[in-house]
Design a protein around this ligand. Structure first.
Ligand SMILES: [Zn+2]
Length: 294
């Protein structure tokens, strides 16, 4: 029995197979709403190929209102999973098997309950030039303003599985902070439709490009958001900047104050760039990320 719901739209010709997933993390809502809309609007409109839509990969996490299921494993860190493991390991296995059947892959995320992310499309800097060019082309087609290419060697993600099998793939991020932004839902729907159009799977008049910035960061570990500017101790986080702001190395990105309010530590930017992820949840535990700069 399948651990998550799949909605498949087929035509006479099953190439290309495009897979779009949401809810790899259970607290990322724009993505799930986007897939719900596609499920209700797309049947009958596909010219060729096969489209698999997964509205919520991590159902248990969604029902808990959390990023992860009760075993607290991050589904985007444990792929290819294990068919005999805990719930997240089993879901990871099923997701990885599904990704291997795709010709192109889009994985929709947001910042979840605790973070907000500057709208962006990401891809891995794949060592195979053809896969890399195609992933970049997908990212441009998706048409969010910011594009971020990062280290392909990060393990355990849905993107890592696509990378291993040479499948052109992108992920997207859009705000979060426990909200469900209408603009985010609509940009995600349009992004998916743009890609379907570019792949010739449906008729689509392509909009003008909104892409403003493309950053490629080949450093080892780039794209791993959970380790950036960690809090020195448990406490209360207050940011200094907003999403999309430009910062310089050495700038004070925010502060963490001890729970008793008596001691404050400053978070200092370790590089120049744009603030692309911001913690929106004021409580922070020691070692947790606060701000990501691209
Ligand atoms: Zn996510």
């Amino acid at each position: 029995m399948s651990l998550f719901n799949k909605f498949v739209i087929e035509t006479d010709n099953d190439y290309p197979h495009l897979l779009i997933t949401a809810g790899v993390h259970g607290d990322e809502f724009e993505s799930i709403r986007c897939i719900h809309t596609l499920i209700n609007q797309l049947p009958g409109n596909l010219l060729k190929g096969k489209l698999t839509l997964v509205p919520c990969v991590n159902t248990e996490a969604f029902l808990l209102g959390n990023r992860t299921a009760a075993d607290e494993l991050d589904l985007a860190r444990i792929c290819p999973g294990d068919p005999n493991g805990t719930i997240t390991m089993r879901v990871g296995h099923e997701l990885s098997q599904l990704i291997r059947t795709a010709d192109y892959y889009i994985d929709l995320h947001t910042g979840g309950i605790r973070f907000s992310v500057h709208p962006l499309t990401g891809y891995l800097l794949h060592p195979d030039q053809q896969v890399l060019d195609c992933s970049k082309w997908l990212a441009k087609s998706f048409n969010l303003p910011f594009i971020w290419g990062t280290d392909w060697r990060l393990p355990g993600r849905s993107m890592s599985i696509a990378c291993e099998y040479g499948i052109p793939a992108i992920y997207a991020e859009y705000l979060g902070g426990a909200q469900c932004s209408e603009e985010g839902v609509s940009d995600y729907i349009n992004g998916c439709l743009n890609v379907l159009g570019r792949l010739g799977m449906m008729n689509r008049v392509q909009p003008e490009s909104r892409v403003k910035t493309i950053v490629e960061d080949p450093r080892r570990g780039s794209g791993h958001m959970q380790v950036c500017h960690p809090a020195e101790f448990d406490g209360f986080f207050t940011p200094t900047y907003s999403l999309g702001d430009t910062v310089q190395q050495g700038d004070v990105l925010g502060t963490v104050r001890t729970i008793d309010g008596r001691y404050t530590s400053k978070l200092i930017a370790n590089q120049n760039g744009t603030v692309i992820v911001l913690r929106t949840f004021s409580m922070v535990r020691k070692g947790e990320a606060t701000v990501v700069i691209a």
